[in-house]
Design a protein around this ligand. Structure first.
Ligand code: NZQ
Ligand code: ZN
Length: 385
């Protein structure tokens, strides 16, 4: 196992009717800015519950943080924060709203052009406003991690940033808040959490026994729960399981002390930036092909994955690996997510553009061995045609 430091200060408040806990979690003298997306938080009543719980605090609102939050929108919120001397942010929504809130928290006091935060991957963040979150979409893990992803539409760049200063102080996870999610977003959440787990698990063995067993537990839970949440919109337990699995998939725990890949995400971000494909869908396109192209490096872990997650124990090693990759693809497809570039009407021309963008963003040595060069990324994308 590798050396590691593990730090996660986010308080999780989990369960039914927990939005009321905002009354004690947010400082009583705070000047609060509630941040949310389009209409969902208003329509399903979450926003009203949040405002009621905040009571007599001074509360401002900022709406319109879009999926794959844009720098352009977030900078309008930064202006609001500066103008109104806001000192506490409250994200109400999914990964996009929480990521956007992290960026706003860091940008509000940033000395210089805040886009630099994304360009430098967050290394230049020196302070951030405190914030909390009310999660309405289980998927990204943003509610309990220190990362965010922002898009600058004008240059079609989607970049990730990290900083210990952008952990949420708390996140409220009420599974019943997910009842109003459309099937498309449920499926996205299952697949995003699945791929987060794979990025930290399917590399090479370092005898991280508990990390491996935790990761396999998360994958098995997703395989079991995914179809239930798609089929049954009011199954509280299924929603609760999905919500907690998605949080644990990317809160740092399963990735501590083990190698990590993340090439699927980096290639996927370019597909979203260029073609506006949902984040999870880009991952479903890239991952099966990446596993196939990298099967040499990932041989031992692919066999372990085949045996422990899919119960594939017979046949030649290569046949078992083929079957495990096929099962992964079939699982994504069973969630209603297409796994081929062609399904999104993209072909060779798109591959050229994505590879050019990877180059422009310095994504030239990806993966746990840093051996996914532009040529390998091209091969992965060609395998996804
Ligand atoms: O805008 P509204 O009207 O709220 O609708 C949203 C949005 O259209 C809707 N929604 C959310 N909660 C709902 C709901 N609709 C009905 N009922 C509810 N309870 O869902 C749509 C998608 O929301 P979004 O926040 O974009 O989805 P998700 O949580 O999948 O977040 C995706 C973003 O997170 C980033 C992605 O790149 C992408 O930008 N990621 C962040 C990560 C992190 N911070 O660690 C890691 C991930 O790998 C990912 O990259
Ligand atoms: Zn993701």
């Amino acid at each position: 196992m590798f050396n590691f430091e593990f730090y996660n200060p986010t308080k999780i408040v989990f369960g039914r009717d927990t939005v009321t806990r905002l009354s004690t979690l947010v400082p009583t003298n705070a000047r609060v800015l509630i941040l949310f997306g389009g209409a969902s938080a208003q329509k399903n009543g979450t926003l009203d519950e949040v405002k009621a719980a905040l009571g007599t605090r001074e509360v401002h609102e900022f709406s319109g943080i879009e999926p794959n939050p844009s720098y352009e929108t977030l900078m309008r919120a930064v202006e609001h924060v500066r103008r109104e001397k806001i000192d506490f942010l409250l994200a109400v929504g999914g990964g996009s709203v929480i990521d956007g809130t992290k960026f706003i928290a860091a940008a509000a006091n940033f000395d210089g052009e805040p886009w630099d935060i994304a360009v430098k991957g967050g290394a230049n963040i020196t302070s951030a406003l405190p914030f909390g979150a009310v999660l309405t979409l289980p998927a990204t893990g943003s509610e309990m991690n220190n990362g965010g992803v922002v898009t600058r539409k004008s240059i079609q760049a989607k970049l990730a940033f990290h900083s210990p200063l952008v952990y949420p102080q708390f996140s409220i996870l009420d599974p019943s808040k997910t009842f109003t999610l459309p099937p498309r977003q449920i499926a996205n959440g299952v697949v995003d959490a699945f791929v987060h787990t794979m990025e930290q698990y399917l590399t090479y063995p370092v005898n991280g026994q508990v990390q491996d067993r935790f990761a396999e537990g998360l994958l098995l839970s997703l395989i079991e729960t995914g179809p239930l949440v798609l089929a049954e919109t009011n199954d509280y337990d299924a929603r609760a399981n999905l919500m907690w699995v998605a949080t644990l998939a990317l809160n740092g725990l399963i990735g501590a002390g083990v190698p990590q890949d993340w090439a699927t995400h980096m290639i996927g971000h370019e597909l979203t930036a260029q073609y506006d494909i949902d984040h999870a869908r880009t991952l479903a396109i890239v991952l099966p092909s990446l596993l196939n192209v990298q099967r040499g490096n990932k041989h031992a872990k692919l066999l372990q994955y085949a045996a422990r997650v899919w119960n594939i124990t017979e046949g030649s090693e290569e046949a078992r690996i083929d079957q495990a990759i096929q099962n992964t693809r079939d699982f994504f497809e069973s969630m209603g997510i297409k796994t081929r570039l062609g399904d999104y009407e993209l072909g060779q021309a798109a591959i050229d553009i994505v590879v050019t963008q990877l180059s422009a963003h310095g994504m030239t040595k990806l993966g746990e061995h840093k051996d996914i060069t532009l040529e390998v990324s091209r091969k992965i994308l060609e395998g996804a045609l």
